[in-house]
Design a protein around this ligand. Sequence first.
Ligand SMILES: C[S@@+](CC[C@H](N)C(=O)[O-])C[C@H]1O[C@@H](n2cnc3c(N)ncnc32)[C@H](O)[C@@H]1O
Length: 344
Amino acid sequence: MNLSPDDISRLCLLVDELSGIQWDASKTYLIEARLVPLLATFGIANFGDLISKVRAGLDIKLRTAFIDAITTRETLFFRDDSPFQALEFKALPEIIDAKAATPFSRRLRFWSAACSSGQEPYSLAILLREMIEDIDRWDVQILATDLAPAALATASIGVYSEFEVSRGMSPKLREKYFRRTPEGWQVSEAIKKLVKFERRNLLEPFGALGPFDVVFCRNVAIYFDLETRKDLFDRLAKTLAPHGALFAGSSENLSCYGERWKPQFHCRATFYQPNKPATQAVATAAAKPVPPSSTAYRSSTPAVPTATAPSPAGPKPAVARSVTATTSLKTGLSSTPLVSSSAR
Ligand SMILES: C[S@@+](CC[C@H](N)C(=O)[O-])C[C@H]1O[C@@H](n2cnc3c(N)ncnc32)[C@H](O)[C@@H]1O
């Protein structure tokens, strides 16, 4: 079934309204490939009727299938590797140090915004478990959200095919945190219990979400127009604690948003800290503070030079940085996990 120019412009408008995702006539092939199967499944005669029915919102199954069809959910464990190293060797040790003297020294709040089928938040949970040996005595929560119900269904089941688990997950971590079942590789309870999945549209107000120590919002803003991207990152800044870190996708450079964001560099990765008024208190979330304990936090990181390399779109670094971070999670984990002295 061919799409008319009028169908295309009405569909693009609808997709934009529902998700912020930008489609245009140049994507006609993609639009047809994604939406023609819906016509057959739901017995809808043409694209005009599809648009009207989705817009009316009376058929929840159709609307859900439409959202699933328009979203691109490509993801993998430890995607791009270097952001996870930057988190492990720089951002997180600094965040934990910054919180050490506060009543929230053992509380960590992460948000994987646009988590797709769960590989990103589970990678974060694995990283945290590997870094913090006594994590069960910490108050840690990873909120994982996405617009697409199909993605969230897979994510909350947490079973991955051989192929999916082979993408980014080392055999060592797979053996440690997954169990082979007839359905596939089941992520362990120890990892699952750190992650809470919720359906959320990033276009909608975040309400009382936050403050987060770390937000991963990667490979979703690329689908939005410039204004929506800026608005999204502005709102994300408000969800971060003052010491917090935002990780965007490798092609999502926040330098164009000026003073709002302070880029931080680690090896090949860039993450961002919000430039906020100094008056903002550290992580005064509503949740109950975890009483400070005698646990001594030791940074796992040998000193890594900071802020010398700009983001990919920026000017070339004047001085090449020496890579002192130890082994990555993918290849076999940092040599020194963040182990409490009491746990030894
Ligand atoms: C390419 S995946 C990225 C997944 C993961 N962050 C990563 O980098 O591997 C993009 C995800 O964004 C989600 N998404 C698209 N528009 C969204 C919106 N308006 N609100 C929330 N999630 C959205 C899609 O459902 C999809 O799962």
